[in-house]
Design a protein around this ligand. Structure first.
Ligand SMILES: Cc1cc2nc3c(=O)[nH]c(=O)nc-3n(C[C@H](O)[C@H](O)[C@H](O)COP(=O)(O)OP(=O)(O)OC[C@H]3O[C@@H](n4cnc5c(N)ncnc54)[C@H](O)[C@@H]3O)c2cc1C
Length: 300
C-alpha cells in the first residue's frame, strides 16, 4: 500500500524550543517527522530569551526549581535529560558560552546560536519543518490523528502538541494547546502569568523612575518563597531575577516584601552604630550600603 506524502509517523505542532527538541529526538529514532507552525520563523521566543543571549541551562537545576501539581513528573524528566546533557549538545556545536551567576549559562554571542543548534539537529535527524502553516482542526482516527491545516490535510500516528504558553501573542503564542487538551478530555487548570516583571501603579512608578536601569541585590519574598537575587528597576516597574521568580507565587492583592539590604542585619548594625557612633544618621548608613542613586532616592 502506498503511503501518502501527507502522512507522517510524528507531527509536532509548534516550532519552539520544545517542538524542535522533540523533532530531533523523534527523527534520530528513525521516525518520519514534520513540525508545523503558524509563525513565519521558528524559535522566536528563543531569540528573545535571556535578553537576546539565552540563559540556556542552569547546572544547579533540581526538581525543586519547578512548579507543578505533580512534582514526580519533573523528577523523572530531569533524570532522563539533565542540564549537563544540554550543555554537552551545545558544546558539540561549538557554541561559546559563559557562566553569569553560579551554574547559570548564557550564550557568549547570541541566542541565535541555540536556535541554530536545534535547527541543525532537526536537519541532521531528517525532520521537516513547515512554517506559516496553521492547524485548524485535529481529529483522532483509528491509527492516529488527522489534521486540517492551512496547507491541506495531514495525518500521523503520533501527535505532539508543543504550542507553548499564552505569553507574547506577537511571537505566535495561542491557546491552541489548551483547547486541544480540552477537546481530548484533559482537565486544564486556570492559567496565570509566571516569571514576569511587575508593573507599578503610576504614583510608585513615578517615584521610582529616577532609578530606572539600576540593578541591586535584594531578597524578595511572597508567601514564604524567598529569592536572593538581583532586582532591576525598569521604566515600567520592577524586574530582574528575584522579581521574575517571586511573580510565580504572587496573585493580585498579595504582598511582596523586598529587602534591599539582604546582606546586612539592619537591627544589629543600627544598634552597634548607636552604641559606638551615636552621631551617625540612617542616611549615612544607607549611603554606605545602597548604591548611590538608591540611597539618594530614599534619603530625599
Ligand atoms: C522575554 C523572555 C525571556 C526568556 N528568557 C529565557 C531564558 O533566558 N532561558 C530560558 O530557559 N527560558 C527563557 N524564557 C522562556 C522560554 O523562552 C520559553 O519557556 C520557551 O521558549 C518555550 O518554548 P516552547 O517550545 O514551549 O514554546 P514557544 O517558544 O512559545 O513555541 C510555541 C510555538 O508554537 C507555535 N504555535 C502556537 N499556536 C499554534 C497553532 N495554533 N498552530 C501552529 N503553531 C502554533 C508558536 O508560533 C510557537 O512557535 C524566556 C521567555 C521570555 C518571554
Amino acid at each position: 500500500m502506498a503511503v501518502s506524502s501527507s502522512h507522517y509517523d510524528v507531527i509536532i505542532i509548534g516550532a519552539g524550543a520544545a517542538g524542535l527538541m522533540c523533532a530531533a529526538t523523534a527523527g534520530y529514532r528513525g521516525r518520519k517527522v514534520l513540525v508545523v507552525d503558524h509563525a513565519n520563523k521558528p524559535g522566536k521566543k528563543i531569540l528573545m530569551s535571556g535578553g537576546g543571549r539565552c540563559n540556556f541551562t542552569n547546572l544547579n537545576s533540581t526538581p525543586a526549581n519547578f512548579l507543578s501539581d505533580n512534582p514526580h513528573y519533573c523528577i523523572s524528566a530531569l533524570k532522563r535529560y539533565t542540564p549537563q546533557d544540554f550543555l554537552e549538545l551545545v558544546e558539540r556545536h561549538g557554541v561559546e558560552h559563559e557562566e553569569k551567576a553560579p551554574g547559570q549559562l548564557f550564550c557568549q554571542n547570541s541566542a541565535k546560536d541555540i536556535l541554530n543548534v536545534l535547527l541543525t539537529e532537526c536537519e541532521w535527524a531528517g525532520a521537516e519543518i513547515r512554517m506559516a502553516t496553521s492547524v485548524t482542526q485535529v481529529q483522532p482516527t483509528e491509527t492516529g490523528y488527522k489534521l486540517q491545516t492551512s496547507s491541506g490535510a495531514l495525518s500521523c500516528e503520533s501527535l505532539i502538541v508543543a504550542c507553548g504558553g499564552l505569553s507574547i501573542p506577537t511571537m505566535g503564542a495561542t491557546g491552541f494547546g489548551y483547547e486541544l487538551a480540552k477537546q481530548f478530555g484533559l482537565s486544564v487548570l486556570p492559567t496565570r502569568a509566571g516569571l514576569v516583571p511587575f508593573t507599578l501603579h503610576p504614583e510608585l512608578k513615578q517615584q521610582l523612575s529616577p532609578l530606572s536601569g539600576i540593578s541591586c541585590p535584594v531578597e524578595a519574598h511572597c508567601h514564604n518563597h524567598h529569592f536572593k537575587e538581583p532586582m532591576l528597576v525598569t521604566h515600567r516597574g520592577l524586574s530582574g531575577p528575584s522579581m521574575l521568580q517571586v511573580s510565580s507565587y504572587w496573585q493580585a492583592g498579595d504582598e511582596v516584601h523586598i529587602n534591599l539590604l539582604p546582606a546586612q542585619n539592619i537591627q544589629d548594625d543600627l544598634f552597634t552604630l548607636r552604641k559606638h557612633k551615636p552621631q551617625s544618621t540612617i542616611a549615612q548608613y544607607l549611603n554606605q550600603h545602597l548604591s548611590k542613586r538608591f540611597a539618594q532616592a530614599f534619603n530625599e
